[in-house]
Every structure is written in structure tokens, then in C-alpha cells.
Design a binder for this molecule. Structure first.
Ligand code: ZN
Length: 234
């Protein structure tokens, strides 16, 4: 019965797509069956960094002296005016969380052996509560969900939290303001993550300062190991 309903649903979806074809977010050609959000041509054309093959890659080097990291890598090269920028804009500002999911999934397929290496939990970089309310979702969480559809690792969203700003910055001394910025993130319970190897996941890495702050907050958990993965690196 359930299978019959699934077949009927697929026929209905195919029928709708005949009149309203789903288009590739990049080149706008109609997608064929099996393609989601991006056509195969555009997918094959994305600029891979291959950083995961080099332990001492430019993303890893961003964290030297700033955070105690096991591995760090990014899947794609981010440059202004490119397809990668268009993709990131699409899931950040055009309400396309499914695109974040599909890209997380493709990244998972591409980096499967790297991600599977002794990782216990996937943790997305938390968004400001206000930003998340406006956007309706945290794109890094959807990247994690896409990853988790390929690698059998759970996603954890309740341990690492972003602090809500307390008081206005202008009331504070220069040092207090600096200290406030330094401690943007906090752990709900440091024993939850005891001895775990965490993969911290973000959409784009630029300076690495947000991820360093996340790593610092996570580091209070005893025996924790932290690795970093981003969809793209600028
Ligand atoms: Zn395309």
C-alpha cells in the first residue's frame, strides 16, 4: 500500500514538473530525474580545493596558534562573482535551505573517507537568534543534515550555543567590549562532549575567527578533539 502511494506521488511530481520544470539554480536549465537543485554539468564544474588531501592546507594554517585543531578543510573555492558565491547567496538570502542540504550531501559524497575518520558528532556553527528568526533556519545546520544523509554521524545542535548580546556595547569599556566579542559562544554542558571528536561545520571560512571562537568554547569539554569543515573557503 505504502509503495503504491509512493509510486502515485512520483507520477504526480513528474506530471507537475512537466509543466513547471525545476531549474538548475546556476544555469537555469530544467533538471532531469535524479538531479536536485544543481544540474550535473554545473556540479562537475564546481571548483574543488582538494585541501583534504593536504594536512597542512591553507584552511588548517588559519588556525595555527589560534585553536587546537586536528584537521581543517573546505570543499570549494569561494571567489566573488563565481558560481560558488551564487550558491551561497541562494541559500543565505533566498530562503533555499534545500540547496544547503543538497550541497552538504554532495560534499559528504565527495569527502566521505575524510569525514568518516573517527568523527563522533557534527556541530554546525550557531547563528545569532535574531538572524535565525529572520532567515527561518541556520544554513550550516542544513549543510550538516545533508552531510549526515551520507555519513552515519549524528548532528548536534543543542550543545554549542551563541550567546545573546547582554547590554549595549556602547556602555562598556574597551576591554569589556573586546572580552564580550571574544566569548560569543558557550557550551550548555561540557560533559556531553567529553572525549568526543567533533566536526565543526560552517558555510564559508574567511579569516577563521568565528570558528576559532567556537573551538575555544568547545575546548572546555574534557578530552575533546575538534576538526573543521566548511563548504567553501575564501
Ligand atoms: Zn546547471
Amino acid at each position: 500500500m505504502k509503495k503504491k502511494m509512493q509510486v502515485t506521488k512520483q507520477i504526480l511530481i513528474n506530471f507537475i514538473h512537466l509543466f513547471f520544470p525545476q531549474l538548475c539554480v546556476l544555469c537555469k536549465t530544467p533538471l532531469i530525474q535524479g538531479e536536485k537543485q544543481i544540474c550535473l554539468d554545473c556540479l562537475c564544474d564546481l571548483p574543488l580545493t582538494n585541501f583534504h588531501t593536504d594536512e597542512n592546507n591553507p584552511v588548517f594554517r588559519l588556525f595555527i596558534g589560534k585553536a587546537d585543531i586536528v584537521n581543517a578543510t573546505a570543499w570549494l573555492r569561494y571567489e566573488k562573482g563565481t558560481k560558488v558565491q551564487k550558491l551561497i547567496h541562494s541559500f543565505k538570502y533566498y530562503n533555499n535551505k534545500d540547496l544547503a542540504y543538497q550541497l552538504g550531501r554532495q560534499m559528504g559524497l565527495s569527502l566521505q573517507p575524510y569525514i568518516n575518520q573517527e568523527i563522533d558528532l557534527l556541530i554546525p556553527v550557531p547563528l545569532h537568534k535574531k538572524r535565525q528568526r529572520e532567515r527561518g533556519y541556520n544554513q550550516s545546520e542544513w549543510i550538516c543534515k545533508g552531510l549526515a544523509s551520507v555519513v552515519p554521524i549524528p548532528v548536534c545542535t543543542n550543545s554549542l550555543q551563541r550567546k545573546t548580546a547582554s547590554g549595549t556595547q556602547t556602555d562598556k569599556s574597551l576591554y569589556a567590549r573586546w572580552a564580550n566579542v571574544q566569548q560569543l559562544f558557550t557550551l550548555s554542558d561540557k560533559h556531553d562532549l567529553k572525549g568526543k571528536h567533533i566536526l565543526l561545520v560552517d558555510d564559508v571560512i574567511t579569516s577563521g575567527s568565528t570558528l576559532s571562537m567556537c573551538a575555544e568554547a568547545l575546548s572546555v569539554a574534557p578530552g575533546i578533539k575538534i576538526s573543521i569543515l566548511a563548504l567553501a573557503a575564501a
